[in-house]
Design a protein around this ligand. Structure first.
Ligand code: PYC
Length: 306
């Protein structure tokens, strides 16, 4: 039997499971190198941690690893029900709160090495976390795709640590009672975008008017494994800031308040960095579990339902 220590949290409703110990040995390379070894040799561990019967489609895993850059407090590989994520905004906020919960860090700035670059997370004394994300940018504006059963849909392709297709004022009700419809639409949109020559896009983000006072926008974000993000999505909000900056709709330093499909909120702002922007996303996470996963090879679903 193998024992795996995890700390569970949620960030604006979106869960993160941090693997603290019991994970595979991924060597001494960069986190990008370690992700490659994880993917090629230990993918069943990913599935064991996040898939049913221990997890669920919505769960994002965060494997704590040794950073190659020693100025970092930790390295992390993010993963989900179907594969791996470059960066994860809600997951980084969850990771920081989990590290504080374990008394490994105190309020202040903490550098974290991810597979797509180093981010700096600030743990504020009141428990909020701000993540200075990697450089983000818009790759293509107003791409029109013909979506099966829907018709033409226009959106932008942007990078915020993952690849997004962002659709403004989608028109569908962005609320929980419409989630099945939104999931179906977003999945079709993703297939059309991938077929149009953007195979890298794996998240679709639909925008509409906010419902809470003070918010600028509400979103629905479909993740690569067909689960929707309960949080406003940190990398998706970074991609959104990149598009707003490129369109001259949000000034450097100005605050953007992004509401999720369940009404949770991230605030964001950016600094310019040449053709890119450097987004900062702020949110709150709560630890809601400390547990030991047991991996028993005799269990036919030891490595999850795949
Ligand atoms: O917060 O960046 C994020 C994220 C990506 C997928 C789920 N959450």
């Amino acid at each position: 039997m193998k024992r795996v220590q995890v700390i569970d949290s949620h960030t604006g409703g979106e869960p993160t499971r941090v693997v603290v110990s019991g994970g595979p040995n991924l060597g001494q390379g960069t986190v990008a190198d370690q992700l490659k070894i994880f993917r090629e040799h230990h993918d069943q561990f990913r599935s064991a941690v996040v898939n049913e019967p221990r997890g669920s489609d919505v769960l994002v895993g965060a494997l704590l690893v040794e950073p190659s850059d020693k100025s970092c407090v930790a390295g992390v590989v993010f993963f989900n029900n179907v594969g791996y994520l470059g960066m994860c905004g809600h997951g980084t906020i969850g990771l920081i709160v989990a590290l504080a919960h374990m008394s490994r860090i105190k309020p202040g700035d903490h550098r974290i090495e991810t597979s797509v670059g180093i981010v700096t997370a600030t743990l504020h004394p009141d428990g909020r976390v701000s993540v200075r994300n990697i450089p983000s940018y818009r790759k293509a504006k107003a791409v029109v795709v013909e979506v099966a059963g829907i018709g033409p849909v226009t959106g932008d392709v942007a990078w915020g640590g993952n690849w997004f297709f962002l659709v403004e004022n989608y028109g569908q009700q962005l609320n929980l009672s419409n989630v099945e419809n939104l999931t179906d639409h977003s999945w079709r949109i993703r297939q059309a975008v991938n077929a149009k020559g953007f195979p890298e896009v794996d998240h679709v983000e639909l925008f509409g008017p906010p419902t809470s006072a003070g918010a600028n926008s509400r979103n629905f974000v479909l993740c690569p494994g067909k689960a929707y993000d309960r949080s406003p999505c940190g990398t998706g909000t970074s991609a959104k800031l990149a598009c707003l900056a490129a369109d001259g709709k949000l000034a450097e330093g100005e605050t953007w308040v992004q509401e999720s499909i369940i009404g949770s909120v991230f605030t964001g702002h950016y600094r310019r960095d040449g053709d890119n922007i450097l987004p900062t996303i702020t949110g709150t996470a709560f630890v809601n579990g400390e547990s030991t996963l047991v991996l028993n090879e005799e269990d036919p679903f030891c490595y999850g339902i795949r």
